[in-house]
Design a protein. Structure first.
Length: 114
């Protein structure tokens, strides 16, 4: 059974930082593409960042230069470091793993106040 457990969300003021974690079990993050989506009410889920099995990273234009995705293969955990946060970054953030078969975390709320 695959489990993705996110943590690290919370409330922060504009300009602040947070680091999200996604601890995986039952599936190796290092063997798959994985990453982070976010969703706000009434909007489609948006791909924020991804990292391939080879370590290539990709970011949405809206977060380039501010967010960094990384992966700790030994601990089967993925991270999203978010700096210079803006109110428009407020969303529920979901981690995922896979492409043909996708497993999701439960989501963690990030709220950025102005």
């Amino acid at each position: 059974q695959v489990q993705l457990v996110e943590s690290g969300g919370g409330w922060v003021q504009t300009g602040g930082s947070l680091r999200l974690s996604c601890a995986a079990s039952g599936r190796a993050l290092s063997l798959n593409v994985c990453g982070w989506y976010r969703q706000t009410p009434g909007k489609q889920r948006e791909l924020v960042a991804s990292i391939s099995s080879g370590g290539r990273t990709s970011y949405a234009d809206s977060v380039k230069g501010r967010f960094t995705i990384s992966r700790d293969n030994a601990n089967n955990t993925m991270y999203l470091r978010m700096n210079s946060l803006k109110p428009e970054d407020t969303a529920v953030y979901y981690c995922y793993v896979g492409s043909m078969r996708v497993d999701w975390g439960q989501g963690t709320q990030v709220t950025v106040s102005s």
